[in-house]
Write a new protein. Structure first.
Length: 277
């Protein structure tokens, strides 16, 4: 019996070890499944956050990629001037004059338009200001330079009665820095969205027919002392950073502006036009 009992105990020990090993293997497998599940759930949660962010962004923009600023009022008439610039003002309003030197590829110009563009439109519509838009080519390296030139050429091709809305659309569609954008087919389609479908516009864009105007504007910017964008000059004086940063300061500066309008595209040396004293 002693021998038999000893053999029975020896037989049970390997069996117990196997059960323990099996339990450990099953526990390890459960751990791997749980970790895999956590990874999947984490990925799903991240995807949900991304989707939510996109939904919020679209809802904030109203799905309208062409919206720049929040001005919804009437626009003062726009006219093309002899030097190729576009003036926005009520009939008979010749001063104060706000020259807006800009490059459609310039992110800071886009930010300025989002911040001050509506105020410019409002003041012009109220007969308190003449806004003169002067797009030119600031950038000197591709793809920024070519983007800038194509956009400025298209703006020069655009009829004056649609110019302000096209101006805003160009900023709304501004390509990321370092990427090629403002492609001719897009420039033509954005015009068509505004009702400009005359084949002459497409020919002007595709043939880059207004590049001489762009070059002239760039040369004039250099003569005017424009060394960066955005560059605003009120009655010929470069505005200060306070005006560039605040719609209220722009309104104050315009209210304080006095004297006759300067020569088109000129700037006065020294000093700045500012809203605060």
């Amino acid at each position: 019996m002693a021998i038999g009992g000893s053999m029975s105990e020896q037989g049970r020990e390997p069996s117990a070890r196997r059960r323990l090993a099996d339990e450990r293997a099953r526990a390890a497998a459960r751990g791997r499944r749980q970790r895999a599940l956590l990874v999947v759930l984490g990925a799903v949660a991240l995807a949900a956050v991304v989707v939510a962010a996109v939904v919020v962004l679209v809802s904030r923009n109203g799905g309208d990629e062409s919206a720049i600023g929040d001005y919804k009022g009437a626009l003062a008439p726009a006219t093309r001037q002899q030097d190729g610039s576009v003036a926005m003002a009520k009939p008979g309003v010749n001063a104060p004059v706000l020259d807006v030197w800009e490059d459609f590829q310039c992110p800071a110009c886009k930010a300025m338009e989002e911040r001050l563009g509506g105020t410019m439109k409002q003041l012009a519509a109220e007969g308190k200001l003449k806004v003169v838009y002067r797009p030119f080519q600031l950038f000197q390296q591709d793809p920024l330079m070519s983007n800038s030139r194509r956009a400025a050429n298209a703006a020069a091709c655009m009829p004056a009665d649609h110019w302000i809305k096209y101006h805003d659309r160009l900023y709304a569609e501004q390509p990321e820095e370092g990427k090629k954008g403002f492609l001719p087919q897009d420039l033509i389609q954005w015009a068509a969205d505004l009702g400009v479908t005359d084949p002459s516009f497409a020919a002007c864009v595709n043939g880059e027919q207004k590049m001489d105007t762009v070059d002239q504007a760039s040369a004039q910017a250099g003569k005017a002392g424009v060394d960066s964008t955005p560059y605003l000059a009120l009655n010929g004086r470069k505005v200060g950073g306070d005006v560039l940063g605040s719609p209220d300061e722009l309104k104050k500066a315009v209210a304080k502006a006095t004297g006759s309008a300067p020569a088109p595209g000129s700037t006065r040396p020294g000093g700045t036009a500012a809203g605060r004293q």
